[in-house]
Design a protein around this ligand. Structure first.
Ligand code: COA
Length: 184
């Protein structure tokens, strides 16, 4: 499998997930990467400068030139506004990982669930046999998103990951969830 087999846009009822562009950086910074509330449970440090976000978006753009998937920006299908990001990252052709983040104004509207269902559908169509994700052990909303998308809870991994915005310098337990074709 290569990125040429991965569609650059995924369309759902209310969303379009699309390949990132360099000029998305300002929006990403202003709407979530710099927001402490959004960054709380993320594995990356909150962006304190636009320069950091520009590097990240640049890396997303480069990633799409490779063979192992990449980030998608989540946009409002009606307006085109960017409301968050997700990803489809291949570890090998049968194994992929994902994650999701939405700007605060759009929480609680079912968008993370709708977006993750689109990523699951992509995984299914490409013959991926396992799509997995982690969340902080107390992040109930994120766990609920995965459960609603037919991910199975596989266990609590001890001292697995640092959450730099929540407990810098410490490693924290995470919940491991995975979707497999049999689950849907
Ligand atoms: C976690 C996050 C992605 C959830 O996105 P969302 O679009 O609000 O989630 P959904 O609307 O699809 O809802 C999923 C479930 O969580 C619940 N939920 C989401 N936000 C909630 C809130 N603020 N209060 C109460 N419940 C909430 C929903 O009720 C739903 O469960 P239900 O169907 O049983 O009611 C979003 O809050 C976010 O981007 N947070 C910051 C980034 C982050 O933490 N990402 C995940 C890292 S692992």
């Amino acid at each position: 499998m290569s990125n040429s087999e991965i569609p650059e846009t995924l369309v759902t009822d209310r969303l379009v997930l699309r390949r990132p562009r360099l000029d998305d950086a300002t929006y990403v910074f202003q709407h979530w990467a710099n927001d402490p509330d959004v960054a709380t449970y993320m594995s990356w440090p909150r962006h304190e400068s636009m320069a950091t976000t520009e590097q990240v978006v640049d890396a997303w753009v480069e990633e799409w030139k490779g063979v192992s998937g990449g980030a998608f920006l989540i946009t409002d299908r009606a307006t085109g506004s960017v409301i968050g990001s997700t990803g489809f990252d291949l570890i090998n052709p049968k194994l992929a990982t994902t994650g999701y983040v939405l700007t605060k104004n759009e929480w609680g509207k079912g968008y993370a669930t709708e977006s993750l269902k689109a990523i699951v559908s992509l995984a299914h169509d490409l013959g991926v046999q396992r799509l997995f994700a982690y969340c902080h052990y107390e992040h109930e909303h994120s766990a609920r998103v995965m459960e609603k998308c037919d991910f199975e809870f596989e266990g609590r991994l001890k001292n697995y990951m640092e959450f730099p915005n929540l407990s810098p310098g410490e490693v924290t337990d995470v919940l491991l969830y995975a979707w497999t074709p049999a689950a849907t």
